[in-house]
Design a protein around this ligand. Structure first.
Ligand SMILES: NC(=O)c1ccc[n+]([C@@H]2O[C@H](COP(=O)([O-])OP(=O)(O)OC[C@H]3O[C@@H](n4cnc5c(N)ncnc54)[C@H](O)[C@@H]3O)[C@@H](O)[C@H]2O)c1
Ligand SMILES: O=C(O)[C@H](O)COP(=O)(O)O
Length: 392
């Protein structure tokens, strides 16, 4: 049972870890772990033990995990798409309300004047300092229409806003779920020019780093409200600080405190609470644990961010073997020849690639000789081989 030790790098909701079947144990160091469960802990500089087979991110963003290095070391990384999207949507709406009226300032005023016997009267004089505007009738631009962006766009339509959506890689699923009232922006510049509020919901990658730059801000409406519940690195904080100082950006609402954003004028900075609801934490944990177990027990890959999806269900033959390998010519024929040359019949086979990497999962009619795994590893381009099940 050496494949069944799990290390939680962050706190993971109990309903998730309770889902581990018998034979699994939670351990308190990564050294012996076959699987890791993680939220936002930074794994980029960590070195991984040879026995680590999978990392499941209970959440959406995977910029805390070295995806290519993991693929290279035969470690499959999963995330939980959409599992915390509603939680983030609700906080984005909250951010829009907080940016539109000085609710926080008003609450502080009440606290500061709590001992005033005449507070009911004074309130009526003081309240004009905290007045604001409504969302209804204003224009929202949503950049990135994935799990979160779609929910935010649709909710804003229900609030009576005009909504522009921009996503050059829109998935079919998002297109199905998006309100037809959302205006399709073909260029991001259309969003910048039209919006009173702009919210970003794209992953943090090399290509999205600093996308909210001085040039981008210069194309936005004067007095725009910018919301960032995606990642701090998407925004050029120096350019944003100057735009806030100058009033070009009225408010910056962010879920990511940094030494710069925490000091910014007119910024409302929340301590990364987007996914911190009981519901989202439960959803993410349950999904992450299911995916991790299905990979360790059956070799199936669902919602990986560095290896392709493959699902052969449960193994109903004598044996199943999983091979992580490079996406180069001749791999599949070498693998099938290897079994054919030993007179081992392949009953089911699935093979898929993703970028530079590929995965082959196969079921055999007969038990495998004991040196199979070691011999398969000798094929050039093979990264990792696992004997998944031996149904004797
Ligand atoms: N604040 C939080 O607690 C919290 C919670 C969940 C997710 N997030 C962050 O939000 C991001 C989005 O989450 P999601 O669940 O919606 O992910 P998702 O993968 O469902 O959606 C991301 C969308 O961005 C689009 N996209 C990628 N590059 C783009 C670009 N340059 N311009 C426009 N669109 C682009 C993709 O096509 C996709 O539709 C995550 O990657 C994560 O960093 C934050
Ligand atoms: O990408 C995500 O899912 C969010 O940023 C949530 O991160 P957390 O799980 O650390 O709250």
């Amino acid at each position: 049972m050496k494949d069944r030790k799990i290390f939680c790098l962050n706190n993971i909701a109990k309903i998730g870890t309770d889902g581990f079947r018998s034979g699994y144990t939670l351990i308190d160091s990564i050294d012996e772990a076959a699987g890791v469960l993680v939220r936002s802990a930074d794994m980029k500089e960590m070195s991984f033990p040879a026995g680590l087979r999978a990392i499941a991110r209970a959440g959406a963003g995977v910029n805390n995990i070295p995806l290519d290095r993991c693929a290279e070391e035969g470690i499959v990384v999963f995330n939980t798409p959409g599992a915390n999207a509603n939680s983030v949507k609700e906080l984005v709406l909250c951010g829009m309300f907080l940016a539109s009226r000085d609710i926080a300032g008003g609450i502080n005023w009440v606290r500061e004047n709590a001992d005033d016997e005449n507070i009911a009267k004074t309130t009526e004089k003081a309240k004009k300092a905290f007045a604001g505007t409504e969302l209804k009738g204003k224009t929202l631009g949503v950049i990135g229409l994935g799990a979160i962006g779609v929910l935010v766009a649709n909710a804003a339509i229900s609030l009576g806003m005009k909504v522009y959506g921009f996503d050059p890689y829109l998935s079919v699923n998002s297109a199905w779920n998006l309100s037809p009232m959302v205006i399709h922006a073909e260029k991001i510049e259309e969003v910048y020019a039209a919006s009173d509020y702009i919210t970003i919901h794209v992953p943090a990658t090399a290509s999205t780093k600093g996308m909210i730059s001085a040039e981008a801000i210069a194309q936005m409406k004067n007095g725009v409200v910018l919301l960032n519940f995606a990642r701090d690195t998407l925004v050029d904080e120096k350019a944003l600080a100057s735009a806030l100082e100058a009033g070009m950006v009225k408010r910056y609402v962010s879920d990511f405190p940094t030494p710069a954003s925490a000091h910014m004028k007119n910024a409302i900075v929340i301590p990364h609470l987007g996914a911190s609801t009981e519901e989202a934490e439960d959803n993410c944990a349950v999904m992450a644990v299911k995916q991790l177990q299905d990979y360790l027990d059956n070799g199936n890959i669902r919602n990986s961010v560095n290896y392709p999806e493959i699902n052969l269900g449960f193994c109903e033959t004598e044996a199943r073997v999983a091979i992580l390998h490079r996406n180069i010519p001749n791999m599949l024929s070498q693998i099938t020849n290897f079994f054919g040359n030993q007179g081992l019949n392949i009953e089911n086979l699935a093979n898929k690639s993703r970028g530079d990497y590929a995965y082959t999962l196969l079921d055999l009619s007969h038990p495998m000789p004991h040196d199979t795994v070691e011999r398969l590893k000798e094929i050039d381009g093979v990264i990792r081989v696992r004997r998944i099940v031996e149904n004797k």
